[in-house]
Structure formats: structure tokens, C-alpha cells
Design a protein around this ligand. Structure first.
Ligand code: GLU
Length: 281
């Protein structure tokens, strides 16, 4: 049975782009007789705010998108992330790093999906691990696993190329996880068989495929959907004025009609779907 999920981060209110993502994950599960789960990605302590979570529940109900099973919260799963982190450390594939963003930007010679690619500064150095972040030696990891593949329903089967990010942080200095590690572990723990999310996270799946191989996790299928974009091609964002679903709900708009319009690709003026470019390295 197919299982999908919507995994919002409670660092701001949901807007129409989130509604589209939630509708996609919900409908893909429902049309195939599967389960749709809701996961709150709330481990970013500085930016996560519990009041947004309550709003998310109301927004989804208002849109007519019902989820199955208990809501998952990443903040309740820190132990499982720490355990996986210890296993990876024991494999010798992680190394501590204390570089700042500015140092990385100054030393980087390439740009990756998330900005300047970490150039491996600390990979072969003696670094005090106390309070450091831990990075994955991606080349070393790929030597161990050999070539890997993953399949997106739209893009087909690709060779995993996690090296486009450089040596990613798996354990942040303030957390026993990073987005990549937590999302990969959660999708496996929740039995997600079709990872549904926006095209902006397409590159991240290269890293997640590698983590699945290293941690012995099942390999799902992926479905990266197009994003709602403004006329300049940039995705909708609250900070650029995309109205929140909560505001529209309180103003008395009909959420189910909004979800139905999204299904039919009827968008407000100036908003369209991004050209579905699948980025291969
Ligand atoms: N929490 C992420 C976001 O809000 C989504 C993560 C995922 O779907 O893998 O962008």
C-alpha cells in the first residue's frame, strides 16, 4: 500500500504553495488507495513555533485534506537521530567541522544546490569534536556503497550524485540531526513508499539515497512536483507577500474550493506552476 506524507516546518504560516504540496501528497495517496501522513519538522528550535502547528491542522482541515494515523513530530524523535548518528560515526564516515558559513563561502570553489559547496577543509584534520557539526565524507561513503540509483516518477531513474552538495552536515552543532538525516530516517520509520515534495528538494534526494544505503533503510519512490511560482519564476514566499492560508480561512474563503482550484491548475493572477525541470547533475 502506498504511503505519502506532507512535512511542513512550523517556522511560518502555510501559503498556497504549501496547500499545493499537501494536496499533491494527499491526492496521490487517496487515488491509489494509500495512506497520507502528516509530519511536523520542528527540530529547528530557533525558528520552530508551536502556534504554527495548530494553524497547520486547521488549514489542512479547511482545505479538506485529511491525514491518517497520528501526526509525527520530529522533536520527539531526537533519540533515533542520535542513534543513527552514532552508527555513522562508528563507521568512520563522519568528521567534525567548525567552519563558519563565511569561511566556507570564502574557500568554496563551486556552487551547489544550497549555495557554496563545502570544500572539505576539515576532512583530514584533527578537529575538537566538542560542539562541532559532523559532516559526511561523501566520496568515502560512495566508495563503500558503490554506485546508487533512485527513481522519481517524473524524471525516471537516476544515478545518485550526492557529491553535488559536497560533504553535507548530518549532525548540526546544536542538534543530533540535520534535515537530510532526520527526513531520511523519518520516511523509513513511517514506511513512506512515495516521498512527495516540491521540485526544490529534488537534489536532496541524491543525499537521502546515499543515507538509505549507509543506514540499511528501505528505498522509496519519489515524486517531486512543480512549484507555484510568481511571474519572476521565484517560488511563493510569505516574506514576499503570499497571503497565508490562515488569513484566507479567517476571512471566510472556502478552503475546499481553493484545493479544488489547485487540482485543476486554476491559480490566482500572476501565479503559475514552475516548468517541471528535473535537475540532473
Ligand atoms: N520540511 C520541509 C519543508 O517545509 C519539507 C521536507 C520534505 O518534504 O522532505 O520545506
Amino acid at each position: 500500500m502506498i504511503r505519502t506524507r506532507f512535512a511542513p516546518s512550523p517556522n511560518g504560516p502555510l501559503h498556497l504553495g504549501h496547500a499545493y504540496a499537501a494536496m499533491m501528497a494527499h491526492d496521490l495517496a487517496r487515488t491509489r488507495g494509500g495512506a497520507f501522513l502528516l509530519r511536523i519538522e520542528d527540530i529547528d528550535g530557533e525558528r520552530s513555533r508551536p502556534e504554527f502547528v495548530e494553524e497547520f491542522f486547521r488549514d489542512l482541515e479547511w482545505l479538506g485534506l485529511d491525514w491518517d494515523e497520528d501526526v509525527r513530530f520530529q522533536s520527539r524523535r531526537l533519540d533515533s537521530y542520535a542513534e543513527a548518528g552514532e552508527r555513522l560515526k562508528a563507521s568512520g564516515l563522519l568528521y567534525p567541522c567548525r567552519c563558519t558559513r563565511a569561511e566556507i563561502a570564502a574557500a568554496a570553489t563551486a556552487m551547489g544546490p544550497d549555495g557554496p559547496v563545502y570544500p572539505g577543509t576539515c576532512r583530514h584534520q584533527e578537529i575538537d569534536p566538542e560542539g562541532a557539526a559532523w559532516r559526511l565524507d561523501v566520496a568515502g561513503a560512495l566508495d563503500l556503497t558503490g554506485p546508487l540509483e533512485w527513481t522519481d516518477e517524473g524524471a525516471g531513474t537516476l544515478r545518485a550524485a550526492p557529491e553535488i552538495f559536497g560533504d553535507v552536515v548530518l549532525l548540526r552543532k546544536d542538534l543530533p540531526a540535520s534535515y537530510h538525516l532526520a527526513a531520511t530516517l523519518d520516511d523509513a520509520a513511517d514506511g513512506i513508499s512515495l516521498v512527495t515534495r516540491g521540485m526544490d528538494l529534488f537534489p536532496a534526494s541524491h543525499v537521502h539515497r546515499l543515507l538509505q544505503a549507509l543506514l540499511g533503510l528501505p528505498v522509496p519512490l519519489w515524486h517531486h512536483h512543480a512549484l507555484l511560482v510568481e511571474p519572476d519564476g521565484r517560488k511563493l514566499a510569505k516574506r514576499r507577500g503570499a497571503p497565508s492560508l490562515g488569513d484566507r480561512r479567517r476571512a471566510g474563503e472556502d478552503g475546499k474550493a481553493i484545493a479544488e482550484a489547485l487540482r485543476q491548475h486554476r491559480f490566482p493572477a500572476g501565479i503559475s506552476l514552475s516548468a517541471g525541470l528535473h535537475q540532473s547533475p
